[in-house]
Design a protein around this ligand. Sequence first.
Ligand code: NAP
Length: 493
Amino acid sequence: MTITPEREAELLASVPTGLLIDGEWRDASDGGTFDVHDPATGKVLATLASATSEDALAALDAADAAQGQWALTPARERSNILRRAFDLINERAEDFALLMTLEMGKPLAEARGEVTYGNEFLRWFSEEAVRDYGRYLTTPEGKNKILVQNKPVGPCLLITPWNFPLAMATRKVGPAIAAGCTMVLKPAKLTPLTSQLFAATLLEAGLPAGVLNVVSGKSASSISGPVMADPRLRKVSFTGSTPVGKRLLKDAADNVLRTSMELGGNAPFLVFDDADLDKAVEGAMAAKMRNMGEACTAANRFLVQDTVAEEFTRKFAEAMSSLTPGRGTEEASTVGPLIDSGARDDVHALVSDAVAAGAVAVTGGEPLAGDGYFYAPTVLGGVPNDAEILREEIFGPVAPVTTFSTEEEAIALANASEYGLASYLFTSDYARMFRVAEQIEFGMVGFNAGVISNAAAPFGGVKQSGLGREGGSEGIAEYSTVQYIGIADPYAK
Ligand code: NAP
């Protein structure tokens, strides 16, 4: 389908531009606004209200006021709202996909994939909402009884990044609704439009006023700061970079807030000499190039057994050089722009540093000329093990390849990182799969698989990649707290 300028304008005009507070779309209290840009052209797409600290606290007032009634709302009703929202997003899948492509830059085919993936969190948590089991038991002494029930944590602050505008929101909002929490959502200022449309869809699906409040703005800390300092807030769930996550953890300590932290990654991609190399290249393309490499799960370090490194690198470089960079709205585009000029400069600095240290650009290695923030899909061979690019999260379409000779060395190299989010392992030996998975310090392992995200799976990391899990049955537990009721011996006279 050709995307015309009229279609883009019509969609953008349908997106609310205000702050969502207590079920109403409002202007900022000081009338302030900020612009959202198209990273493929640099042009302004929309102008949104920019929340002040006062607005952020008004959003928390609304969440706090709605919390009591929302906690008492039957789970089936909360479940039905999520399910209706899932159906509405499915009906409007093309709108959500195009909006993400416009504000974030990913090709339409990938944006459609994110609608399917992101929306699944609503269906999954609509199903989890009604399976909220407690327990009842007799004390070991055989007299008193123990009753354990789950309760919603209470009002939550949800902070999301720009790279997956729908999925990062549904992964938090879905389980919070299912568990009976109210919330203040603060989307990334680079890509807030999808959250605006998502919130409008939830209201249409019957979400009561005040349960979800959305406050985007120019200054993240002037939104999060006063909300986190307010004792009515009970939890903060953050997805973003490790430095910002650490800062929020320190702030959370002051009010002893529950926290979920989905932070940065530095995924190793291990290829053993017994792997099917064509499948490994296919997996490498998915693990590296999904979202132009701007994913916390993106393969960041390709560790390849020395005997197959040359063949793997050649085939990988061929696949990378066959990609077609272009604005995501063009159907031929298979790789979009990076999010902004700073992101592109950072990627190029890492590549230049690696080349200066002795790496060779087998393909790519340069920013692309013209509009937008495009970077050539790049494979670097012979990267020294101490190169900066192997320690930093690249967040771009660049694949550094390095080698190992034994399984022990591969595990040691993979674990040589302060991060521990996603990892990938390509081998035809199932015994090796178990050995490596047991010894590798990562929250997630893809075995002969380049894409592992799924609403039914517990997504999350260890070490400096974060705390807690999103998705699976673990996802709803992040928004529940346990209450124990001790019951006196019913036989006592
Ligand atoms: P970021 O700069 O940390 O921003 C993430 C969010 O935090 C945005 O909403 C941002 O608001 C807000 N923020 C920034 N500074 C803040 C502060 N001082 N106080 C409160 N909020 C603040 O990260 P990003 O560049 O958007 O996203 C990329 C990072 O996210 C990467 O490191 C990636 O690995 C990570 N990520 C992790 C996961 C995961 O599940 N583990 C998933 C996706 C991404 P503004 O937009 O206003 O700056």
